[in-house]
Design a protein around this ligand. Structure first.
Ligand SMILES: [Zn+2]
Length: 186
């Protein structure tokens, strides 16, 4: 089932999420809906608060971008915590909840995340390159942190003003487009 993606400045995106206590059929259905929504939006990641759910759940698939055969590589991540973060990488990031924003962002180059998978089993995810960036971007969402929160105050203010103009004109404006042709992270 396709879900509606919540957009900035919705207060839902600013709240921290709660841990998943039991990985049951409802959680698995939610994960499956999140994957469907992410693929339909051409994202490589999606966090539960982006579909209005305050739970520590993230879905990521960097496979379609990193592999020339466009092989899907879906990863469901529940209750993630960082075990380690090292190095630095700068990536042009976008977000499905922040229309028309693509900004270079510095992140850790290599991360290890501990989490549960969709079967409720403990897993360790090693992320480098785009997967490292996506893990940090999506786990930020679970803590109510958005890409705009990591911009300078001036840039954040400019974006906020642009978006409030946009929402007053919502009916006459085309759906969000991606100016540099890079897929949104989620
Ligand atoms: Zn995002």
């Amino acid at each position: 089932m396709l879900m509606k993606i919540v957009e900035y400045p919705s207060p839902i995106l600013k709240q921290s999420c709660n841990p998943v206590e039991s990985v049951n059929a409802d959680i698995r259905k939610l994960i499956s809906d999140m994957f469907e929504t992410m693929y339909a939006a051409n994202g490589v990641g999606l966090a539960a608060p982006q579909v209005g759910i305050q739970k520590n759940i993230v879905v990521i698939d960097v496979g379609r971008l990193e592999n020339e055969q466009t092989k899907p590589d879906p990863i469901a991540i529940i209750n993630p915590t960082f075990e380690s973060q090292e190095g630095k990488i700068t990536w042009e990031e976008g977000c499905l909840s922040l229309p028309e924003l693509i900004v270079p962002m510095e992140r850790s180059a290599k991360v290890i995340v501990n989490a549960l998978n969709a079967d409720g089993k403990a897993v360790k995810i090693l992320g480098e390159q785009l997967l490292a960036v996506a893990l940090q971007h999506e786990i930020d969402h679970l803590e109510g942190i958005l890409l705009v929160d990591r911009l300078s105050r001036l840039k954040r203010e400019l974006y906020r003003k642009k978006q409030s103009k946009r929402s007053t004109l919502e009916e006459t404006i085309a759906p969000p487009s991606n100016p540099v042709g890079k897929p949104y992270l989620g």
